[in-house]
Design a protein around this ligand. Structure first.
Ligand SMILES: CC(C)(COP(=O)(O)OP(=O)(O)OC[C@H]1O[C@@H](n2cnc3c(N)ncnc32)[C@H](O)[C@@H]1OP(=O)(O)O)[C@@H](O)C(=O)NCCC(=O)NCCS
Length: 172
């Protein structure tokens, strides 16, 4: 009798550790992540290490699939600004191209929203997604992010100016 294919392993989401820096660098310098963000190609490893250095209010997560770091997310809060203590910004959500389309982005977003809602009690979560990235925008819409406005010609992508779509998710 043929054996049943085993179910894909669910991503494990955890905090970024120092030993993840090279894996996160590989994600941040991949072509699809450069296309979907404001990053420049050819970033050196030390720039990623600097970016990942501890910073109060910045929450960084990775998603592991079968022991490999497959995705990265960064939530920025403002603990030093009491009047914005309820606000968070999803500054980065990205998945290595080898792992796209397998639920890694969703697993990271689930974890970020749990952190924001249940632990940090944030009531406003914002992000910017580029107009040439409808797949990411749809993902955010499905998680309750609503369109708030357009930042015209915010990002240059392969010689073309692309609008930034401002989105936010508000909780009572
Ligand atoms: C956007 C991104 C984070 C999504 O992560 P992912 O792990 O590939 O997505 P998931 O597998 O969790 O799927 C999320 C949704 O996208 C859809 N999707 C996944 N792969 C897809 C593909 N190749 N084409 C179209 N839709 C796709 C899934 O159907 C899923 O929808 P569902 O919730 O209705 O099932 C990832 O593609 C990425 O890192 N892109 C490059 C960087 C980027 O653009 N980041 C966003 C910056 S704002």
């Amino acid at each position: 009798m043929p054996t049943k294919p085993s179910a894909p392993t669910a991503p494990l989401v955890r905090a970024v550790e120092e030993h993840d820096h090279e894996a996160v660098h590989a994600i941040l310098t991949s072509r699809s992540v450069i296309a979907g963000t404001m990053r420049l190609p050819y970033a050196a490893l030390h720039t990623t290490k600097e970016r990942l250095s501890p910073d109060p209010g910045v929450h960084r997560l990775v998603a592991e699939v079968d022991g490999t770091v497959a995705g990265f997310a960064e939530l920025i809060t403002s603990p030093g600004h009491p009047r914005a203590a309820h606000v968070g910004d999803l500054n980065m959500l990205c998945v290595h191209p080898d792992h796209e389309g397998r639920g890694v982005g969703r697993a990271l977003l689930d974890a970020v929203l749990e952190l924001a809602d249940d632990w940090l009690s944030l009531t406003r979560l914002s992000l910017v997604v580029f107009a040439d990235n409808p797949r990411a925008a749809r993902l955010y819409e499905r998680y309750g992010f609503e369109h708030e406005g357009v930042m015209r010609r915010l990002n240059r992508s392969r010689g073309t100016d692309v609008d930034g779509l401002m989105m936010a998710r508000l909780r009572d």
